[in-house]
Design a protein around this ligand. Sequence first.
Ligand code: ATP
Length: 308
Amino acid sequence: MTEALAHTDTTVRVRVPAKINLHLGIGPLREDGYHDLTTVFESISLYDELTATPADTITLTIEGEGQDTLPTDRRNLAHLAAAELAAYTGTRTGAHLHLKKRIPIAGGLAGGSADAAAALIACNTLWNTGLTPAELDKLAAALGSDVPFCLHGGTALGTGRGEQLHPVLSTGTRHWVIATAHGELATPAVYREVDRLRENGHGTYHDNVDALLAAIRNSDPDTVAKALHNDMQQAATTLMPSLADTLQAGLDEGALTALVSGSGPSCLFLARDERHAGSLAKRLTLRRVAREIHTAESPVPGATLTEA
Ligand code: ATP
C-alpha cells in the first residue's frame, strides 16, 4: 500500500446515520461466541457527524452525546477504526477526528458502529489511501458486526453475525418516533438474557423475513407495522421492565406499532406519515416516558462524505 501525505488544508466531513432493525432474529450461540442473526437493517435520519483534519497522530474530540463519558482513545470505535485503517495501509500520518454526536449512546441504534464507519470513510479520503469498497467492508466487519451496514445504509438483509449483507427492495419512506428510555442496556447482557430465557423455554429464533420483505416492497405502513419483529424485545424488557410502559405509551398515543430497537432501550414507533410522527413525538414528550425523543425517516443512505 502507498503511504500518502495528508493535504494540510484539508477538512473531510462525513455524515453517518443510526440504524434500526425492522426484523431481528437471534439464532443459537455459535462456538466463536457470536449468535447467528437474520436481520433486516434500515438506516434512519438521525445522524452523527465526523470531521477529520490532518495531524501527526490520531486524536479524537467529542461534542454532544457522550462528550463527558465516552473514551477518546482506541476504546472509542471511531479512533480504533482510524488506527486499523492506518495499520492496514501503512499510513504514518495521523488525523484529528471531531465527532458531533446525536445518536443516543448504548441505545440500540449502533451509534458506535456508525462512528467507526464514518472514520473509515473520512480517513480513507483524508489520507488518500484509496481502499476499495470491498477492502473497507473487510476492515468494517473486523471492527464490529454492524459496521459494514453503517457504511452502506439504506435497507439490507443481514446474515452471519449481521456482517453479511444482501440487498433488498424497499419502496417509499417510513416515518418513526424514536424514544430512548432512561438508563442503558449493554448489548452483551441482552444477548445473555436471550440465551437464559431460551434455556428456560421462553422465546424462539424467528428467521423468516418473507412477510416483512413483501411489506417493504409495497410500503403500506399498516402492513409494515404488522411485520416488524425483534427477538431481543422480551430479554430487553425483562432486564428493564419500564420499557413495557414506554412501548405501551406509544401505542396509547396512536403509533401503528411499537418495538424495541436492537438491544434497547430505544423504542421505535411507526407513524402513518411525517405529520403523524410529529404529533406522536409531542404527545410522548409530554408523557416523559423517555430521556430523548426524536423523529426520523427511513431508509436513508449510509456514511456519506459531505465535504472533502
Ligand atoms: P450496538 O447495538 O451496536 O451494540 P448500541 O447502539 O447499543 O450498540 P453504542 O452507542 O454503539 O450502543 O455504544 C455501546 C458502547 O460502545 C458504549 O457504551 C461505549 O462504551 C462504546 N463506544 C465506543 N465507541 C463509541 C462511540 N463512538 N459512540 C458510542 N459508543 C461508543
